[in-house]
Ligand binder design. Structure first.
Ligand SMILES: CC(C)(COP(=O)(O)OP(=O)(O)OC[C@H]1O[C@@H](n2cnc3c(N)ncnc32)[C@H](O)[C@@H]1OP(=O)(O)O)[C@@H](O)C(=O)NCCC(=O)NCCS
Length: 194
């Protein structure tokens, strides 16, 4: 059985991380949940430094503490996706983004990997005693909101995002402990974070 784990980005992953982001450009894909990596393609060490700062930030209206992970497949060590987990929310994140942003690289989509990605992100939230997460997705991005629904996401509304995407967003809430308990089938697929 194929298994997956979260990996904290480190210096040895520079080439893999850059190739990961290049694939999104190659396929003209949206990029989400990468902790700003696409802005640091020529400064990977600078990105690692930014992640270290994200780790210990005091929550403010500008920034919140966050964790960023690679989702990795055990058999070949390939980076399949990423997640960016915001441990607190400010007004901006309540309007757009919520607690968790994620993505799967274009060549690995449609295999259920983002559901594994969200399951692991919820485990991280549980570890930080976050009882409930808020998420949103573009209404015309069913792969994203279906991921949320597959992990127990409850659709709580829709709103027009006039600031960032200029699009209709669907808003979701997930009860973290309930989702983990009701979707324990994912537990056999995941290994401890590295
Ligand atoms: C959204 C994204 C992460 C989905 O990744 P993925 O690995 O392909 O998703 P999964 O294979 O785990 O599928 C999740 C659900 O979406 C459905 N789905 C997948 N691709 C789909 C598509 N193209 N259209 C409709 N539904 C789709 C799956 O069937 C599954 O639902 P189900 O459990 O009800 O069957 C990926 O498309 C991506 O990275 N997009 C760019 C970044 C982005 O949009 N991030 C989210 C921003 S809110």
């Amino acid at each position: 059985m194929e298994r997956f784990y979260y990996e904290q980005p480190g210096p040895d992953r520079a080439a893999d991380a850059i190739a990961f982001i290049r694939e999104f450009y190659e396929y003209a894909s949206e990029i989400n949940g990468v902790g700003g990596l696409h802005r640091y393609l020529d400064d990977y060490p600078g990105w690692l430094k930014k992640l270290a700062e994200d780790y210990v930030r005091e929550p403010s209206e500008e920034k919140v503490p966050a964790r960023t992970y690679f989702l990795v497949r055990e058999s070949d060590g390939r980076i399949l996706g990423m997640s960016n987990i915001r441990l607190a929310l400010n007004a901006k994140l309540r309007e757009y983004g919520g607690n968790i942003g994620y993505c799967i690289r274009p060549t690995e989509r449609g295999k259920g990997y983002n559901k594994i990605n969200l399951y692991q992100a919820l485990k991280v939230c549980d570890q930080y005693e976050i009882a409930e997460v808020l998420l949103d997705a573009n209404l015309d991005n069913p792969a994203s909101w279906k991921t949320m629904e597959a992990l127990g996401g409850e659709r709580i509304g829709e709103h027009f995002d006039a600031v960032f995407d200029h699009a209709m967003l669907v808003d979701y809430r997930i009860d973290v402990k309930k989702a983990l308990a009701e979707h324990s089938e994912y537990e056999q697929l995941v290994l401890s974070p590295r």
